[in-house]
Design a protein around this ligand. Structure first.
Ligand code: PMT
Length: 398
């Protein structure tokens, strides 16, 4: 683990940039190494010299002012960052980040970094309220960025409304929370499952479910970002492999079982977010089932092995076990039954009767159900759920 966390502070061109001096000072005071990167517009509000003096580090502004021995500045800053915070962040830079544009040092660093990204917007209230700005913010949230929402009050333009940079303390809290997560799973091995298994009926048809894999992929990506060695065993999805994660692609419940059991011995924690089929066709046809007189009236099903229950039944030293529970009624009661029957440490329960949450969606609302009690989380992006879940896993790992 690094001795000091490095916080890269991005400053964009808004009047609230003067408040970033306070943020930088507070971070330095708390022993963080702070490197500031500014847009050209930001330098019109506060000079690089101010930040240089506060941080005792060079301040980066241009893609082209390479320091000797540091030929690819945006990449080195991106790699050094344990956390990146952009405060204030203008509507323009929010739009660029939401669309993956990288045309200056700040936006290239934000695109290149694997560190958690915190964004503290500040702008005129009409700009903040515009659908396009809100859509850009939602897109960034869905990709895991932490947004420290602006507050209401007097704005520099003379309007009164929402758009003021959040108080420095709120931004500082968000940065410190992310910094404490940085590399906190270093040296740990985490096995995650994702997606919905597909159980063949014949060579072209299968029984499946609506899981997109988003939840499991978010958990795997977050665990890797926090320094864990991560293996992701996933049923078919359209999602790309998360950075730094070993991905094992399977189709059926039996294949998932084999892949998980083969790796369970090396895992410190196993998170089963996959929607594993409970039943599979007992006798899949070797050829495509044709319409007509010979078509079967029914498909005979047989139960699949319960992978999580099998892991929970193991005696002796075992990894931290996290199961999910997809329920349509009495969510907490059913989740608590699963906690006991599968002998796991934590159940993440979700009500999948609401089509806007759960299967395939960007957001979800979950309960953490454990022997200690139940914690109800609000609706939030799956990346934020992954973050909160891994905080729990870290506690369980001790
Ligand atoms: O992938 P997304 O689109 O993001 O959707 C996320 C999700 C809705 C799939 C996820 O939040 C979720 O609820 N996953 C668990 C779905 C499920 O199979 O729930 P269950 O209640 O049927 O199973 C309970 C637990 O046992 C789960 O951890 C499951 O992985 C495990 N199980 C189930 C059956 C089986 N044969 N073996 C298992 O290990």
């Amino acid at each position: 683990m690094k001795e000091r966390t490095t916080v890269v502070v991005g400053v964009t061109g808004g009047i609230a940039a003067y408040k970033t001096c306070e943020l930088v000072r507070a971070l330095v005071k708390r022993g963080r190494r702070v490197k500031v990167v500014m847009t050209g517009a930001a330098t019109r509000f506060v000079t690089p010299l101010t930040f240089r003096t506060l941080t005792n580090e060079p301040v980066a502004v241009s893609l082209w002012d390479d320091s000797p021995g540091d030929p690819v500045h945006h990449v080195s800053l991106a790699e050094e960052a344990d956390v990146m915070v952009i405060a204030p962040c203008t509507a323009n830079v929010i739009a660029k980040l939401a669309h993956g544009r990288a045309d200056d040092l700040l936006t290239t660093t934000a695109l290149a970094t694997e560190a958690p990204l915190i964004i503290a917007p500040a702008m005129n209230m009409h700009m903040w309220r515009k659908d396009i700005t809100q859509a850009n913010i939602a897109a960034l949230r869905a990709r895991g960025a932490v947004i420290v929402d602006p507050t209401s009050g007097d704005l520099a333009c003379g309007d009164v409304g929402e758009g003021r940079l959040a108080p420095v303390e709120a931004i500082l809290d968000a940065v410190l929370a992310e910094a404490s997560r940085a590399r906190d799973l270093e040296g740990r091995s985490v096995l995650v499952t994702a997606g919905g298994t597909q159980e063949p009926v014949d060579p072209v048809r299968y029984l499946g479910n609506r899981s997109s894999g988003k939840t499991g992929f978010a958990i795997a990506a977050e665990a890797a970002r926090r320094g864990a060695r991560v293996t992701l065993v996933t049923a078919p999805t359209h999602l790309a492999d998360p950075f730094g994660v070993e991905v094992v692609r399977v189709h059926t419940a039996l294949q998932m079982r084999a892949a998980v059991l083969a790796r369970a011995g090396d895992a410190d924690a196993i998170v089963m977010s996959a929607a594993v089929a409970d039943f599979r066709p007992a006798r899949p046809e070797a050829g495509k089932i044709k319409k007509g007189a010979n078509a079967p009236d029914a498909i005979l099903l047989e139960p699949t092995p319960d992978i999580l229950a099998e892991l929970g039944a193991r005696e002796g030293a075992r990894p931290v076990l996290v199961g999910f529970a997809a329920e349509t009624s009495d969510v907490e009661r059913h989740a608590r039954e699963k906690l006991a029957s599968k002998r796991v440490d934590l159940i993440v329960a979700n009500d999948v009767s609401d089509p806007s949450l759960g299967f395939g969606t960007a957001d979800n609302r979950v309960l953490f159900v454990s022997a200690e009690g139940t914690e109800e989380l609000p609706v939030m992006p799956k990346q934020a759920i992954a973050r909160a879940l891994l905080d729990r896993v870290r506690e369980l790992l001790g």
